[in-house]
Design a protein around this ligand. Sequence first.
Ligand SMILES: [Zn+2]
Length: 159
Amino acid sequence: MLGLYHSIKAFFPYLRSIIVRGHDLKEDYEKMLDRARAVLPEKTLTFERFETPAIESFLQGNKTIIRNFETILQKIRRPPELLAKYFSKELAIPASLESGKLVLNGKFYERNLKDKLQAFVDAAVVCKECKRPDTKIVEKDGIKTLICEACGARAPIKF
Ligand SMILES: [Zn+2]
């Protein structure tokens, strides 16, 4: 028993130095983080990349129906006419709204529609500077501009 006591006692300074060193490391790490935080602007810390909503579509004869059109609009906060017109123009076909769904006169693959929607989000939803979706579209003299409410950046929209 005494032998054990002595060996623990002998071991103790070593143990203590590990704890102290561990503490120092933790402190260094925290100082490092503080420095990193000081360099980065505040918003980068809480930034989350905007995720373009998925498209759920199905074929009905020669038409393609986007069934979750309303959900997409809610997520990207854009009026139905704007996105309907965009799809119509991009795909060179007539498009119409029918009880919350978008009806495209033509057969289209879901991945093709997904790419189009992504291009729309890049151009007319997400800020090019800060990549946030907190934006609005202002139209003046027939020219649409994407204005970021988070950082104030402006970018012309080409459709
Ligand atoms: Zn911005």
